[in-house]
Design a protein around this ligand. Sequence first.
Ligand code: DSN
Length: 413
Amino acid sequence: MSNAVPQPSPLRQQDPEVAAWLQREDRRQSQSLTLIASENHCSSAVREASQSRITDKYAEGYPQKRYYGGCEVADGIEELARQRAMQLFAGAEDANVQPHSGTTANLSALLALAGVGGRIVGMALKAGGHLSHGHDKSHTGVVFQARQYGVDDRGRIDLDEVRRVVKEHQPKVLIAGGSSYARNIDYAAFAAIAREASAVLLADIAHPAGLIAAGVVPSPVGIADVVTMTTHKTLRGPRGGMILAKKELAKQINSAVFPGSQGGPLVQQIAAKAVAFGEALRPEFRDYQQRVKDNAAYLAERLLGAGLDIVTGGTDNHIVLVDLRKTDVTGAQVEERALAAGLSVNKNAIPGDPRPPMVTSGLRLGTAAVTTRGFGRDQIAIVADVITGLVKGGDPERFRGTIHGLCEAFPLP
Ligand code: DSN
């Protein structure tokens, strides 16, 4: 047995204040359950790569075509990430791994495909779309002429409405994808609508990217002209974005990322993306994604069984969107109660929401992070009971011990 006294880390020694905040976040994550649909827990290998020394390196440009010397390692890392990305998303013809986020990936793709002032059509945020699909408060609603489509009264995309909006607006780009849409998207139908208007199809798979990579939900790769995504949600990598493009669009996309909308790439994040893609290429990743999907379906089933409403009546992916309109509580109130019980969730607008965005009548849940911790049906059943109890007015303190027990039994990776 070693008698060595553990040494404080350089950070703890030099800056105890920041170290204490980071330690507090470690504690927060390990002692609560993340049910925020856009979050996950990446592996320690991914974290190690993203904190590597290559954070010091500028590498503006692309492999073999950089604006600075000393980029041979950055070249190797970026090329490896690109090759793994194309292996992971079968049928991808080109990959740009530099976007810092899903929003910059979308801005870059739209700059390349629509041009400044160009017309775009995307799903409205309040229907389940995303800010960067042309919302008027986002640069994508300022730089481009945007029109938006909604969902029908069951909460599902209405392809006839998409066709009508596209016909009227004649966009250069049609966007398919969302951030709180729990159903599969018919990418072939979207592609046909885009073709009728001579538009290109951009599929934003930020949320289901991991499920798509694993083949457990339908993929737009090979159907859409361009596919954008984040790497940190179901894909379980580091925070960041990525764009897959058909070969003939790759040059335009690359120029729109750099120099169009970003400067130097974050090479440490690209290294971490390469690690995450390597993990996603392993057979166990498919099993993980199947469990994410099964857990979401079971969560929806249990909540419905307890009398709660779910937008669209269920889910095809990792998202469950609870409709609270017939209860006495708002999304904001349940979010606060859940936090007190040890559950991290987010209030979310539901289609046709009568309440403002900081209040909402919905609750968006996701199963990626708890499945990473190892959750299966038994634990999902407990979580569903706790959420139901909180919605029905139960004291959060009453559930704290149950959640704490789950956190102890299923530690972070
Ligand atoms: N913040 C992400 C989400 O929660 O879906 C999208 O930007």
